[in-house]
Design a protein around this ligand. Structure first.
Ligand SMILES: [Zn+2]
Length: 466
């Protein structure tokens, strides 16, 4: 019996896999396979996490009794694809748990893909040649799990080829063929989960079958708890829950997934974030566009899991390490994450709430020492001045509500509407950003024209000059 998913210990070194699993279930439920590959040493619990996810799978509705899990609204199997609405209505539907099947290393191609249904063929009353769907066909709209996929890719190349086909497109294609029967091609919406130990023979999957590794949208590193504090927190359940994730949050996510309440629907990605993705693809020479497709789908699912409709930078920050780990070198990934971290920083600083906070908490020395304000500093200065000028406390209630203390508009607005209310301030106090700067009477000289004797001057000499 699989262990209950919500009771497994989640810590910083395995949390990414939990999140990836939840994202993948939500994607599968929305009929968009998000394939995941968990890499880690023995004893990291990666297979336990993956197998226990069975306990949080939602239910799906299918044409009653269909071994291919036909969606009643778009049946795809040889038996139901050609039926019309009334014929389908006669058969009826049923709700079943989302399929979770495992492909073992000893599996024969026919059991994975499908083949002649021997039982029907040797039936004395009604002998007929029919296809028996294999594991992949039966896992349509659900999940297939393959442990030690690096060994499978090495020892069973024909199974690896089948996976390449099924995972090549979304939805994938599955060809069922057997001697004497016409080949049947059906669509496959199977989500593939795999686990491997990169330190064991024959090595990491991307080393053996790079193409197959690239088929996985996300590749997640799972580690043992890596430091003293983590182990201590694991030993103290209350601390653990407070530190990493409140139990009720875990329960809620699991319950909402099980109940099929999450939906991947209207999540959108802003053009500037897409433009950032295009830039990393071009500038860092990512091998395949599949990487970008993986990032965009994963980011949408990540946003949907927390109930957001728009993908934000934080969603990209969460999914890019998983989407690029197996597709690029570690230092390139580090550069990309650095760029993402700095992306939109200036624009973000202009947000009123953050600005007010920054102005309130920043030590004043920061400002004094900034002799050469750059763009970011300039906006910081304007916010700071704005927050100083704005009355605090009761008087603030009468202030124009559109002009929050610290907002850039407050700093740059002509001192008209709000000035009358600033009774506590001398109205003649100049806004440092609005001051008309007049050049000094002596014109400046180009540096090469300045005589050496005047390049370094002391205070007294400067005063004498004036
Ligand atoms: Zn069917």
């Amino acid at each position: 019996m699989a262990r209950d998913y919500v009771n497994l210990v989640r810590h910083p070194d395995n949390a990414a896999l939990f999140r990836a699993v939840e994202m993948s279930i939500l994607a599968a439920h929305s009929q968009m396979p998000l394939h995941i590959h968990a890499e880690g040493l023995r004893g990291t619990g990666k297979t336990t996490i993956l197998r226990s996810a069975r306990s949080i799978l939602p239910r799906i509705e299918r044409v009653r009794g269909c071994l291919y899990n036909c969606d009643p609204t778009k049946p795809h199997c040889p038996e139901h694809a050609h039926l019309d609405e009334t014929e389908l209505a006669e058969i009826g539907t049923e709700w079943i748990p989302m399929p979770f099947l495992e492909i073992s290393h000893s599996a024969k191609v026919a059991t994975v893909v499908g083949g002649i249904d021997l039982e029907k063929l040797v039936n004395r009353a009604h002998p007929e040649a029919a296809l028996l769907p294999g594991t992949l066909a039966q896992a349509h709209r659900g999940i297939v799990f393959i442990d030690e996929i690096n060994r499978l890719a090495d020892t069973s190349p024909e199974l690896a080829d089948i996976l390449l086909d099924v995972m090549g497109t979304k939805p994938g294609r599955l060809q069922i063929e057997d001697a004497g029967l016409p080949t049947v091609e059906i669509t496959s919406l199977v989500t593939v989960w795999a686990a491997s130990n990169p330190d064991e023979d024959p090595g990491p999957l991307e080393g053996i079958r790079r193409q197959l590794a690239d088929r996985f949208d996300l590749c997640v590193d799972v580690k043992r708890p890596s430091n003293h504090a983590t182990v201590m927190a694991i030993l103290q359940p209350e601390l653990r829950m407070r530190e990493w994730q409140a139990p009720e949050v875990q329960q809620t996510v699991a319950a909402r997934l099980t109940g099929g309440l999450y939906r991947l629907a209207r999540q959108t990605i802003a053009t500037e974030l897409l433009s950032f993705l295009a830039h990393i693809y071009l500038d860092h020479g990512l091998e395949s566009l599949r990487a970008l497709e993986a990032i965009t789908l994963a980011a949408k699912v990540h946003a949907a899991l927390v109930g957001k409709e728009n993908v934000e930078k934080t969603d990209l920050q969460a999914v890019i390490p998983m989407a690029l780990k197996h597709r690029t070198l570690p230092h390139v990934l580090a550069d990309i994450l650095d760029e993402l971290n700095n992306f939109g920083k200036v624009a973000e600083e202009a947000k009123p709430a953050e600005a007010a906070l920054a102005a309130a908490t920043a030590p004043s020395s920061t400002v004094v020492n900034n002799n050469e304000p750059n763009q970011a500093n300039r906006s910081f200065l304007s916010r700071l001045f704005a927050s100083i000028r704005e009355p605090a406390g009761e008087e603030n209630e009468s202030a124009d509500e559109d002009l929050l203390p610290g907002s850039p508009q407050a700093a740059l607005s002509p001192a008209s509407t709000s000035q009358a209310k600033r009774t506590w301030l001398d109205a003649s106090l100049a806004d440092p950003e609005m001051v008309n700067i007049i050049a000094p009477p002596r014109p400046a000289s180009a540096l090469p024209d300045v005589p050496e004797s005047r390049l370094v001057m002391g205070q007294t000499e400067l005063e004498r000059e004036r």
